[in-house]
Design a protein around this ligand. Structure first.
Ligand code: SAM
Length: 318
């Protein structure tokens, strides 16, 4: 059906993200010691502004994420919504920042691919097994459940089934919880993504939500971005929330979150540790800085929080 084809097109966006990250890390933008287990080949060269865009995305999101984990002294859980082939588990383990449990959710077909890689590659499976205390590790074609890492196949538009699956794998509503969605909510209608962020606000009393996606989409450049995706059968069903930073924040402020902030990625780029930015700017020559600016002004990080335990205050500003 049309909707199956649309879902399939959305699933392929996961490969885009992974191949772009694979290429950027091969050029030295940042380190990812595990991504090559998911995409073997470096693939074709990407434009320097794309690589810098991914650099800003990864660094910006990790800054907030790591701050949350440190603030809660790892007594927290993370739920990565639409995680794709993200290698966060291995990075956090290597950096001694593993939360009590990391949950990842994606379509069953994407999860099956990720689990297949984990099953067949010891450098991926060994750290999971090492962090697991009993012999009850569940690793079948569609689910992984261990003490510290859980991967679930589910459709994020079906909240009751999502809730049920996460609870089955011992999601703890009492723990401070970080929810993350990178380029995921934009593929859902505004009411579907509202339901999801509302569910999160209802489920946890102390939580933070980090969302990365398109913004400022009503100008000419935004239109071109939309057309490029449509050419690949990929519809940005949630594009009306991508009109402005305010509409991004409103999605959270109207669904039970106490605070929300949003920055476009050009601003984030200018706030990242400038010594490292100077380093990556030497990696590849960029002759038109305007192109970078235009691209980064069309993506944002929005983060929202609710903080009954009053432990997240430092996160109010990057
Ligand atoms: N967050 C990952 C990253 O940044 O590398 C992957 C991003 S990719 C652009 C979007 C991911 O969201 C895909 O893996 C896709 O399968 C997943 N996704 C989108 N809509 C979804 C839904 N309704 N249910 C489950 N997963 C979904």
């Amino acid at each position: 059906t049309d909707s199956d084809a649309a879902d399939e097109a959305v699933r392929t966006t996961c490969d885009d993200a992974t191949t772009c990250k694979r290429f950027a890390t091969s050029q030295g933008y940042w380190k990812d010691l595990h991504i090559h287990y998911f995409v073997r080949n470096v693939g074709e060269r990407k434009a320097p502004e794309i690589n810098r865009g991914y650099y800003a995305r990864v660094k910006g999101v990790n800054l907030l994420l790591d701050e949350f984990i440190k603030k809660t002294e790892c007594k927290c859980q993370i739920i990565n919504l639409g995680a794709g082939l993200d290698t966060m588990f291995w990075r956090l383990k290597d950096e001694n920042l593993l939360p009590q449990k990391l949950f990842e959710v994606d379509f069953p077909a994407v999860v099956a691919k990720k689990i297949h890689n984990i099953k067949t590659k010891p450098p991926l499976s060994k750290p999971i097994i090492d962090m697991h205390s009993t012999d009850s590790l569940l690793l079948d074609a569609h689910n992984l459940d261990s003490d510290r890492y859980c991967i679930v196949g589910a459709d994020l538009r079906d909240i009751s089934s999502l809730d049920e699956k996460l609870k089955k794998f011992h999601l703890n509503p009492e723990l401070p919880t970080l929810l993350l969605s990178e380029c995921v909510l934009v593929y859902m209608t505004p009411s579907q993504s509202s339901n999801l962020v509302h569910w999160a606000a209802e489920t946890f009393h102390t939580a933070m939500f980090i969302n990365y996606e398109q913004v400022n989409m009503s100008d000419r450049f935004g239109q071109v971005m939309i057309e490029n995706l449509q050419r690949r059968q990929c519809t940005l069903a949630g594009v009306e929330i991508c009109q402005s930073l305010d509409s991004q924040k409103d999605r959270f402020l109207t669904t039970g979150w106490d605070h929300a902030d949003a920055l476009d990625m050009m601003t984030v780029y200018s706030m990242l540790p400038q010594q490292d930015v100077a380093r990556i700017e030497l990696l590849e020559f960029l002759d038109e800085r305007e192109l970078l600016q235009q691209l980064l002004q069309h993506y944002c990080i929005c983060w929202a929080s609710k903080d009954k335990l009053k432990m997240l205050s430092i996160l109010a500003k990057i």
